[in-house]
Write a protein that binds this ligand. Sequence first.
Ligand SMILES: C[S@@+](CC[C@H](N)C(=O)[O-])C[C@H]1O[C@@H](n2cnc3c(N)ncnc32)[C@H](O)[C@@H]1O
Length: 263
Amino acid sequence: MNFQKILKVHNIVEARVGIKEWMVPSASTDRPWLAEGEEKRLLVRQMFAEIAPTYDVCNSIMSLRLHARWRRAAVRALNLKKGARVLDACCGTGDFFPPLREAIGPTGKLFGFDFCLPMLTRSALKDQSSFRGLGDACRSPYQDGSFDAVTVGWGIRNVPDIDAAHREAFRTLKSGGRFVSIDMARPKNPVIRASSHFIFGNLVPLLGKLFRVERAYKYLPESTERFMTREQLSESMGKAGFVEISTKDFFMGTICMHLGVKP
Ligand SMILES: C[S@@+](CC[C@H](N)C(=O)[O-])C[C@H]1O[C@@H](n2cnc3c(N)ncnc32)[C@H](O)[C@@H]1O
């Protein structure tokens, strides 16, 4: 099937570049968490293409199905009105779509984009009336001031330039619009931190072994260890222009939500 046909079959509305840009090259390292810049971009895309078929089931097991609750909390923080226009960046298989749709109602406009086609094609099942496109969070395919809210779920950790992704979220928001990002975090309490380090470092890779995607599930604990702190993420959001920046922890501080407003 050719590229345009794949986009049509999966009702993917936008692709501003051709298939070559979206082809997944073969891996050049077995330690993608050490990659930076363009190499990180390519390796992360390849990794998600690999785990796309089992992403939803692994996500539910690892979060004990609590991820849906955290997403609902994030959507509540956006104070959305019926009919609002929202964008889910790095939307993956579209797990943010159902709570967002519930908040904006049938008249709302829901957009989602991701740079990994195998993840994106699975998102149609979560909200058939959403507008879904291929795109990179560091150069968002949408115009300035397009949205009342922008969400990112477990995506910011994976982008090669976090400052650029925050700037793009800010740029595409309307004045007064809200941004929320949820991702992994390092617990502040040293005891919880040590136990979560043990659990993540051992159980998550075991799950990867079970689903034969070992490298990808080693990436989760390794990339979390190297991820920006809560304070660094807030600072990056502040540099992008966000105000009223706040954070909220979930799951004993292993998950953290960042919220910001465009003045
Ligand atoms: C852990 S998954 C999260 C998917 C979804 N947001 C969720 O909450 O389940 C991370 C997603 O971010 C996407 N991603 C990573 N870097 C990206 C980038 N620079 N631009 C667009 N998508 C990106 C990956 O392809 C993947 O689908």
